[in-house]
Design a protein around this ligand. Structure first.
Ligand code: PEP
Ligand code: MN
Length: 337
């Protein structure tokens, strides 16, 4: 059960509510986010919910049968919108494109990528400065100095930044230089990291775990929301299956299912989803038809020379075509509705 509190609810009223719920064998957790205050009640006790609806301080009350509550579509009428400023708003019906290299490599690469993004009309640049690599001998990223340099150049050009945060201690140092924190597939269930991201007021995009279920992704998002941050995005990036012909198995099913289960925007990552450059556009386009609110993909001026994930990285020409086609497919989807 989610009890939305009135903005002017006072501690005494909240205490009375909590006591009432405790008496009826519910445990409660108070959640305060950038947008509102909630009391989450977990339990199976029986009582007439109208009794709570009439209590002081209560704005609304929702019975949510899902085990995740705040990220569920069952209580929130309007889909979540994420406003990054400069007219860049991630929301349903407004396809958001995020593109850039797997790893930030240096000034020249950042400059070329920003030029490309501007030409393609893409407002959000992706790139890792802390890279979770399977092998410890692979390039592990430029770190905070790379992020500072990138931020300076992106900011001058009105480009927003999404970048992966791998551990709690990086949140603070990255905070001023990112517009969206990315939680990678290897960290989806790092609950300490998710708890801490609940305390920041910047958007967080959570990727689906490598072998994670759709519900597990929603639980991860619930951690961040219940920690106090409701600026959340969900990302399908493929899962590990027995199939070896592609890097991962992009789960197209996850897109409409996540959209139905949650009010959060859903982003697709076809690059990691299939892992094969020439097939990335097809999966990207399919994901938009399936209902994705945005697409994040890897692009580089010379993918063969990319420090990481070159095999799945688009050339700028491919990226330009894809961005145009994504917009066409989005328009087609909206026309079909
Ligand atoms: C990435 O975005 O480059 C990345 C490492 O992604 P994932 O966490 O999905 O593997
Ligand atoms: Mn990558």
């Amino acid at each position: 059960m989610i009890i939305q509190l009135k903005p002017q609810a006072i501690p005494q009223q909240i205490e009375e509510l909590r006591n009432y719920l405790t008496e009826h064998r519910f445990t409660t957790k108070e959640v305060n986010t950038q947008k509102g205050s909630y009391l989450i009640a977990i339990g199976k006790g029986e009582f007439d919910i109208r009794a709570i609806g009439f209590m002081d301080g209560v704005a609304d009350i929702h019975v949510v049968s899902d085990n995740y509550k705040l990220v569920s579509a069952k209580w929130k009428v309007d889909p979540t919108e994420i406003d990054l400023g400069n007219d860049i708003v991630i929301k349903q019906g407004n396809l958001s494109i995020m593109a850039g290299p797997c790893s930030i490599e240096g000034e020249e690469q950042i400059k070329n990528t920003i030029e490309h993004l501007k030409k393609a009309g893409i407002g959000i640049m992706r790139g890792g400065v802390y890279k979770p690599r399977s092998s410890p001998y692979s390039f592990r990223g430029m770190g905070i100095d790379g992020l500072r340099l990138w931020y300076q150049m992106a900011n001058e050009n009105g480009i927003k930044i999404i970048s992966e945060v791998m551990q709690v201690s990086q949140i603070e140092e990255m905070y001023d230089y990112v517009d969206i924190f990315q939680v990678g597939a290897r960290n989806t269930q790092n609950y300490n990291l998710l708890d801490e991201l609940g305390k920041v007021d910047k958007p967080v995009m959570i990727k689906r775990g490598i072998s994670g279920t759709i519900d597990e992704l929603l639980y991860s998002a619930e951690y961040v929301f219940s920690g106090g941050n409701e600026k959340l995005l969900l990302c399908e990036r493929g899962i590990r299956t027995y199939e070896k012909a592609s890097r991962n198995t992009f789960d197209i099913n996850a897109i409409p299912i996540l959209k139905a289960k949650s009010h959060l925007p859903v982003i697709s990552d076809p690059s990691h989803g299939i892992g094969i450059r020439d097939h990335v556009p097809a999966i990207a386009l399919a994901s938009v038809l399936a209902g994705a609110d945005g697409v994040i993909y890897e692009a580089h001026q010379d993918p063969r020379k990319a420090y990481s994930d070159g095999q799945q990285t688009l050339t700028f020409n491919q990226s330009l075509d894809l961005a145009n086609n994504l917009r066409k497919v989005m328009k087609m989807r909206l026309d079909m509705l």
